[in-house]
Design a protein around this ligand. Structure first.
Ligand code: SME
Length: 171
């Protein structure tokens, strides 16, 4: 399948999975929305069904804005290596997306000032803010072990997924 077909499938499956699941929460942590867990899994398998560089994705997941500190992101559901648990707004690629509410498409993470290297294998990254009522409520983060892992096609589809997620949960 092409990238366009794989993303179409992700969005279709995400829509079906989120149907009727507005506020399912993890028993111990109300931030671990089941929709985000399923979205992290969908993305991971979608990238790994594609040729390089998408197949070299080594992290896909989410950070949520901390309800007790709205200037901080905290780690949400993901696939990949363990990651840092808290990121201040404005720090790293995730913090930049959260702060500016603008997608960060990073061809080479070593050239991004303040990039936070959770997994040393990551070479490129895309971070899309999930915005609700004018506020960043979460971010989508995808890392790739190759340079230039993401392009406009990834950005457009992930921004669509961000809109879907923003509508899928009662934040
Ligand atoms: N690289 C990110 C940190 C999160 S990890 O990639 C999972 C950043 O610079 O914000």
């Amino acid at each position: 399948m092409s990238k366009a077909e794989v993303y179409a499938q992700v969005l279709e499956q995400a829509t079906a999975l989120f149907d009727g699941q507005r506020n399912w929460v993890h028993i111990t942590n109300p931030l671990f929305y089941s929709n985000f867990s399923n979205a992290a899994a969908l993305l991971w398998h979608a990238y790994h069904s594609l040729p390089a560089p998408s197949s070299a994705v080594n992290w896909s997941g989410f950070y949520f804005t901390d309800p007790s500190n709205p200037r901080q992101l905290i780690l949400g559901p993901f696939q990949g290596q363990v990651a840092c648990q808290a990121i201040a707004f404005g720090r790293g690629v995730c913090g930049a997306a959260a702060e500016t509410k603008v997608t960060q498409l990073v061809e080479d993470v070593d050239k991004f000032p303040g990039h936070i290297a959770c997994d040393g294998a990551s070479k490129s990254e895309v971070v899309v803010p999930i915005v609700k009522d004018g506020k960043t409520v979460a971010i989508i983060d995808v890392d790739c072990a190759e340079l230039n892992g993401f392009n406009d096609e990834d950005q457009v589809a992930l921004e669509e997924l961000a809109r879907l997620l923003a509508e899928s949960c009662d934040f």
